[in-house]
Write a protein of this length. Sequence first.
Length: 529
Amino acid sequence: MNPALLEIDHLSVRFGASVVVDDVSFSIAAGEKFALVGESGSGKSITALSVLRLADAASTTGAIRFEGEDLVQRTELQMRAIRGSRIGMIFQEPMTALNPLFSVGNQIAEVLMLHEGLLKNAARARAVELLARTGIPEPERRVDAYPHQLSGGQRQRAMIAMALACKPQLLICDEPTTALDVTVQAQILSLLDALQAEMGMALMFITHDLNLVRRFTHRVGVMERGKLVELGDTATVFAQPQHPYTRKLLASRPERVVEPVADDAPVLLSADAVGVSFAFREGWFGKRQFQAVKQATLTLRRGETLGIVGESGSGKTTLGMALLVLQGLSSGSVSLSGQRIDNADRPHLRAMRRRMQVVFQDPFASLSPRMTIGQIVGEGLALHQPELDRAAREQRVLQMLDEVGLSERHGVAGVLQRYPHEFSGGQRQRIAIARAVVLRPEVLVLDEPTSALDVSVQQQVLRLLADLQRRYGLSYVFISHDLAVVRAMSHRVMVMQGGDVVESGEAEALFAAPRQPYTRELLAAAHLA
């Protein structure tokens, strides 16, 4: 074993009276890949942020020794020289971490100019090299791109390029693959593996992705409620977990929760040769059409779940929005209960909205921070069922929140008067589900509803969705890049690539014997083949 590069010794972190990291000790050797795992609120991200002294307003005790130097005792000026130079960090959400007002090239160049004293042109040239090294196509052009002009995988690669600009000895990766497609996840992990071997740096992963930990790391630490409850070699911890919490995490894999669809179940939703295209400017005067969805045809029966999978840019979310008539069609048609809705007038479209609802990927972004939970869940009732008085509406809201596990009976007090920021990620997703289901819709489009959730919370949300489907006969269009979740939830699956539906069929049959090479590639990347 190489000598310790980072030693965390009896670290405790408090915010006011709350202890979020409680007497944690571990070390990371030079060249080692180490993971901290645990659910949201376990303290793993605060532990990582404390290494760089980025936990604002925190009171820290204990020692954090990097190459023998206690970072807790360093001044802010000394820490600035260490951040980005000797210790790099890849943050969880690159769209948030990257400055939207500057090109990715300028942001990478800034690190090089600050820490290595490079002049502007030399820093730009080095930024192009780093983008090329991290696998971004056309780096000479992409260096001038802004974050919103890159895909999720490309933004993550740009973040990696920035973090590696000064060849740090330690790279901290906070959920580096959470919202990425399985194939892009595999590419990012392969890239990090190659760069780590080339530079000899140590990697510290903060993640809830147990597959990533099992395949990629040498050692793992398991955190629960601020405490490090288990520590050891990855293979040993996964094969012989000692702590009950570790065993619970390892057992929290998506389990198939769907029940068979009735033979006589009617078709609720159908799409015939749906096409969606977007026009964008090319050069000064030219325009070009981009075909996001090409000739997609599908049916959805009452009580059935149709899973739609594919990489970013495959058209799966665009198709979902087209089914809801939230996105205009360039060709084809969409029908609900045999009645065409894509060309419906405004009154008919408004009536249809009650029968078709959506749960978006990021509940924190889709829930208004200025509205209470009572207002959020009751908003649809006020719009679509104005005959209900305030007391009846509040009663329906309370009943729905109870059904999704957010009530006094479930230990959640005063839920109607609280705001979204007062809830965890899993609870916010339950609020988003309650808002959609309170109208008793027939069809629910779920766009990546569990992608950012811990494995145990993910399974809770999946069970809730399955229970609501049984209770109300709901039909789901389940859009996801997580193939294990799609397998657990879906009766049938559609696979999309570049706007085309390349394969579809009964879920278990498709996962057991995929016909198309692209489907086999997806399953292999997710380790399901």
